[in-house]
Design a protein around this ligand. Structure first.
Ligand SMILES: Nc1nc2c(ncn2[C@@H]2O[C@H](COP(=O)(O)OP(=O)(O)O)[C@@H](O)[C@H]2O)c(=O)[nH]1
Ligand SMILES: [Mg+2]
Length: 328
């Protein structure tokens, strides 16, 4: 994230390959996105409009959404008309390409500007989406890159949330700024930005609540936290990272629109891609929101986390665990 060399640079490609293998085997629980492989769908027939109609139904069932499905089908339809898609292999390749093209503009990793110190990342999302875990995973990566990190326990709604962040702080060697449950989140985050500044901390990750008395209450509180951060540093937050649980399907998309409208999201982290059969939602999100997808989570552990790669993701989605690009 810092573009800084890690000590164990030699291990990096290895770690990356193993992450993509995990992605391939866990996304959609290891099955190809279409449930059946394309060869079964074709059953020896040529790719024709009937096959495309069946494919369309499957894309919609996989939560790809109407807009992205139409886009993919238009692309495949043109190729069928030109008789370019003779067999299952060609169809699968074309599908993978069409999906990659939709995802590609969103594959923008988070780059931390060392001039911004602390670089403030405000992490938002509904309750249970994976915010605190994602903060821990990011802190772990930053620690490995040799960065100094501070975590701010801005979710003061439950004591357990503060403790959970404390565990991650300890595990990752990050500083922690927390108050008791029920404290004003704005005050916690304000203190944290000031403390980070005076201690020369490089990255501040601020946790927030995902549930309050009402959704409008929550949005007002997040706006307030953002204003408070600005009072210390008018250029901050430098990233508003929205964490979305992929299991939520179309609901995740609705949440994203709501958060984006209220506080302006600059990046997404998509979690629990290991537990969903609806990984297609990522395509819908990419097509509709066109926001940078920074990270994907495929499990609860720190290493079950990686930067978003359009080609690898498309391969895992379309071909499942058997994706050729993921085999090495
Ligand atoms: N399987 C899986 N579980 C996850 C992932 N990310 C988070 N979780 C789990 O989801 C639950 C809620 O996460 P948490 O970070 O507390 O969510 P928060 O309420 O948004 O802070 C916890 O049990 C996490 O371990 C993921 O990528 N995969
Ligand atoms: Mg939390």
């Amino acid at each position: 994230m810092f573009g800084r060399k890690r000590e164990d640079t030699a291990k990096e490609p290895e770690a990356r390959a193993s992450f993509f293998r995990r992605l391939g085997s866990r996304l959609n629980r290891g099955s190809a996105w279409l449930g059946l492989d394309l060869a079964t769908l074709l059953g020896g027939r040529r790719v024709d409009s009937e096959i495309l109609a069946e494919l369309e139904a499957r894309l919609l069932t996989a939560d790809v959404g109407v807009e992205a499905t139409e886009h993919i089908l238009a692309d495949l339809g043109t190729r069928v008309a030109r008789q370019e898609l003779a067999d299952a292999g060609a169809l699968s390749g074309a599908l993978r390409t069409a999906v990659t093209e939709i995802l590609e503009p969103c594959a923008q990793p988070l780059v931390i500007d060392p001039e911004r110190r602390p670089f403030v990342i405000l992490v938002v999302g509904v309750n249970g989406s994976g915010k605190t875990t994602t903060i821990g995973k990011i802190a772990q990566r930053l620690a490995q890159e040799g960065a100094s990190v501070m975590l701010a326990a801005g979710d003061t709604f439950r004591a357990a949330a503060i403790e959970q962040l404390g565990v991650w702080a300890e595990r990752t060697g990050s500083a922690l700024i927390a108050q008791q449950a029920g404290a004003d989140p704005g005050a916690v985050v304000f203190d944290a930005v000031q403390a980070a500044r005076s201690r020369g901390i490089e990255v501040l990750l601020a946790d927030t609540a995902g549930r309050l008395h009402s959704q409008s209450h929550l949005m007002e509180e997040l706006k307030k936290v953002k204003r408070v951060i600005r009072r210390v540093d008018p250029t901050a937050p430098h990233e508003v990272l929205l964490v979305l649980d992929a299991n939520q399907g179309q609901n995740a998309l609705a949440q994203a629109l709501q958060f984006h409208e209220a506080i302006g999201v600059t990046g997404l982290a998509l979690t629990k891609l290991d537990g969903t059969a609806k990984g297609g939602i990522v395509v819908a999100i990419a097509r509709k929101l066109r926001l940078p997808i920074r990270f994907v989570g495929v499990g609860e552990q720190a290493e079950d986390f990686g930067e978003f790669d359009a080609g690898a993701f498309a391969a895992a989605l379309v071909e499942g665990a058997g994706a050729a690009g993921l085999a090495s």
